[in-house]
Design a protein around this ligand. Structure first.
Ligand code: PMP
Length: 429
């Protein structure tokens, strides 16, 4: 076991002032397991006890190049010299928007905001304003942020899939109004017939269908490209806005995102995490005609901190690197080598396993084939994975326990061979 005595003491002090001792509930891993970070650099994180970890969480994805990347931090310093926020616009907004538009053709017009939640909230607002409709369709296992409309899931145990009915929806937690529920619908991913059925029943009332084709909050379970293509067809047929949420996959799985890989053009798309290597910025982008709904008398959108000069300067440099250098190939190649190395170790012990997702954000499963939807995963036994994740923490490798998140790669992992050797050494123990 690693010595976590300073983290444990910090927890005891912090919990008196901060609920659960943290600023995001997901960072609480138990009274004696909650880690407090000293700093991160490259593909590694150091905690306040001095332990260092090869980090495959990367802040849930943002550190695409690695922590404290000198190039991006230098750019952020230049952004600081601009002076913060002005309730006015700066020239750099167009530079960054042009870059996004070049990398992702569906991003004809671009609006900035601060977090993934804000971007998806704006996307749904936009879809509603453009279509004049209010309800929307979610896909089981997707996560779209903390706002009320996004925080519903199906009551899987009680939903008889054979019955051709809509499921009962349950909120993610308390504090989410029941009145919001009547606007939400949900469908299981990769079930083509169900998708057709729910569109036949309600399609003409949907403002939007929200889909995360690579479920970055659920082990990178993948939608089949044909499923997303069917979603595209049904949305077009019923006048529904297809929102592809690339908050996690965007500028990570490839320059053009998962939509580029799957060959599907959404009406609206959202980005956040990898845009600025961790500086807070997000993007809602899409078809020109739809995006022009952001106007006086149309869909309201703004925010005091939108297009903050520091985040924007960081985004300019981060996206330049992702677009003009082999950084994305470096990190995907690292992911492939890591998977191969893990497989060698597991195969030698005859441990059945499989992967899903993309090498830049992959899920590991102890089953012959990975699940292709949330309900299959949720009803499987993943306790072995959780045990492994906690064991690896003790050996200096951080991946997400409770199997929710995939393993995230960054460029720095690929440039520092010790990340691979240290990880494989830990897996082999
Ligand atoms: N959409 C997706 C696909 C996400 O992965 C997340 C964050 N995990 C969000 C939206 C919400 O982003 P944020 O946490 O920045 O509000």
């Amino acid at each position: 076991h690693r010595d976590l005595s300073k983290s444990n003491a910090q927890f005891q002090r912090a919990v008196k002032r901060l609920p659960l001792g943290v600023s995001s509930t997901f960072r609480y891993w138990g009274d004696d397991r909650t880690i407090y970070v000293h700093h991160g650099k490259g593909g590694r994180t150091w905690d306040i006890d001095g332990n260092n970890y090869v980090d495959y969480r990367l802040g849930y994805g943002p550190a695409i190049l690695g922590y404290a990347d000198d190039r991006v931090d230098e750019a952020a310093r230049r952004g600081m010299e601009v002076g913060g926020v002005f309730a006015l616009s700066t020239e750099r907004e167009l530079i960054v928007a042009d870059r996004i538009s070049k990398m992702v053709p569906a991003a004809e017009l671009v609006r900035f905001s601060n977090s993934g939640t804000e971007a998806v909230m704006a996307a749904l607002r936009l879809a509603r304003a453009y279509t004049g409709r209010e309800s929307y369709l979610l896909v089981e296992g997707g996560y779209h942020g903390l706002f009320d409309a996004a925080m519903w899931m199906s009551n899987m145990e009680e939903w008889d899939l054979g019955s051709n009915t809509d499921p009962e929806l349950v909120p993610y937690g308390k504090g989410i109004p029941q009145t919001v529920k009547k606007l939400a619908h949900i469908t299981p991913m990769n079930d083509f017939q169900r998708l057709e059925d729910v569109f036949a029943r309600h399609g003409d009332t949907f403002a939007a269908m929200l889909i995360e084709p690579i479920q970055g909050n659920c082990c990178s379970i993948m939608a089949q490209a044909a499923y997303v293509q069917l979603a595209r067809e049904l949305c077009t047929k019923h006048g529904v806005m297809l929102i592809i949420d690339e908050v996690k996959s965007g500028f990570r799985v490839g320059k053009g995102g998962i939509q580029g890989i799957m060959g599907v053009t959404p009406d609206i798309t959202t980005f956040a995490k990898a845009v600025a290597n961790g500086y807070p910025i997000s993007v809602v982008a899409g078809r020109e005609e739809v995006m022009r709904t952001f106007r006086y008398g149309g869909a309201s959108h703004g925010g005091t901190y939108t297009a903050h000069s520091v985040s924007l300067a960081a985004a300019e440099e981060c996206l330049r690197i992702l677009d003009e250098t082999p950084a994305l190939e470096t990190l995907a190649n690292y992911g492939e080598r890591l998977k191969a190395g893990i497989s060698d170790i597991l195969n030698a012990r005859k441990i059945v396993h499989s992967y899903t997702g993309h090498p830049s954000m992959f899920g590991l499963f102890f089953a012959e084939t990975p699940p292709d939807n949330y309900r299959d995963w949720k009803t499987s036994d993943y306790s072995f994975y959780d045990q492994m994740a906690y064991y690896l923490h003790d050996l200096g490798v951080i991946c997400e326990p409770d199997s929710r998140e995939p393993w995230f790669m960054c460029e720095a992992h690929g440039l520092d061979e010790t990340c691979l050797t240290d990880t494989l050494k830990a897996v082999d123990m």
